[in-house]
Ligand binder design. Structure first.
Ligand code: DGL
Length: 279
């Protein structure tokens, strides 16, 4: 793959298990509108958050391989679960053999990097899928960068299914959001900043804010990941030169495209037309 396509340019690949990565894509397109993007939602196999390490790794690798085949030189895992469970192995084991000139980046490190300026108490809360929280990835990254900070994780197994099923605005969502927010705050009342450690969660942000103590900072990943991508492209001209600039965004999904288009159009605030693919 590598030698044949080395001189070609292609879109930037954005991957998520489902709709959540659209919250990142929207900000990336807003901040970096000149590039082409190819969004892949593995909706047929979402959610990933309750799946085992091996399955998330295998599904993510299939998605990355597909995006490389479509000409992407840079792929963003706009999914915390995939970033937590698959990114490191893909970067360290698969990429050197499969496509040494291409890059795969995640969302956890750039999110943690912004915390220093945000938290006064140094007590951080993280909402995430069961997989992301169990992986301990946020704890590790936070303690690496800020040894004196404390980090409490809260798994929210129902939040992604609520979003994937178009129920983020409904009363069922209130029940589950309140339950998990209360549980996090009971674990550490000094938390002054929470990370939405799943790219689906910005779609629940109004309800999350409603149940958090007033004044709690909420870190949402879209803008952060977009800024970090911009910085990355500046620092890596060899990758930037491989990113095509036609300002076109394409969408592919492993589920029914009509269903994807309907919800994705709501999330993106514009009409979305996707194509179905098999991974
Ligand atoms: N949006 C994803 C994340 O950031 C995936 C959620 C899921 O599929 O469970 O973790």
């Amino acid at each position: 793959m590598e030698s044949k396509e080395i001189n070609e340019v292609g879109p930037i690949g954005i991957f998520d298990s489902g709709y959540g990565g659209l919250t990142v894509l929207r900000e990336i397109v807003r901040q970096l509108p000149a590039y082409d993007y190819l969004y892949l939602g593995d909706n047929a196999r979402a959610p990933y958050g309750t799946r085992s390490f091996d399955i998330v790794y295998r599904f993510t690798l299939e998605a990355v391989r597909y995006l490389f085949e479509q000409g992407c030189h840079l792929v963003i895992l706009a999914c915390n679960t995939a970033s937590a469970k698959a990114l490191r192995t893909i970067q360290q084991v698969d990429l050197p053999a499969m496509a040494p000139g291409r890059r795969v980046l995640g969302v956890i490190r750039p999110t943690v990097e912004v915390l220093r300026s945000l938290s006064a108490s140094g007590h951080i809360g993280v909402f995430g899928t069961p997989g992301t929280i169990a992986s301990g990835s946020y704890d590790m990254e936070i303690h690496k960068l800020y040894p004196s900070f404390s980090c409490s994780g809260q798994a929210c197994p129902m939040w992604v299914p609520l979003v994937e099923n178009g129920e983020a605005g409904g009363p069922g969502a209130d029940y589950f959001v309140k339950k998990n927010v209360d549980s996090l705050m009971m674990s550490d009342s000094e938390i002054d900043t929470v990370i939405l450690g799943c790219t689906h969660y910005p779609l629940l942000v109004d309800k999350i804010r409603k149940y958090l103590p007033e004044g709690t900072g909420i870190v949402s990943q879209g803008e952060i990941v977009a800024a970090s991508l911009e910085d990355y492209l500046c620092r890596h001209p060899e990758i930037e030169h491989c990113c095509s600039r036609g300002a076109v965004v394409r969408y592919v999904t492993t589920e029914d495209p009509a269903k994807f288009d309907n919800l994705a159009s709501m999330f993106m605030g514009e009409e979305v037309t996707s194509t179905q693919i098999v991974l």
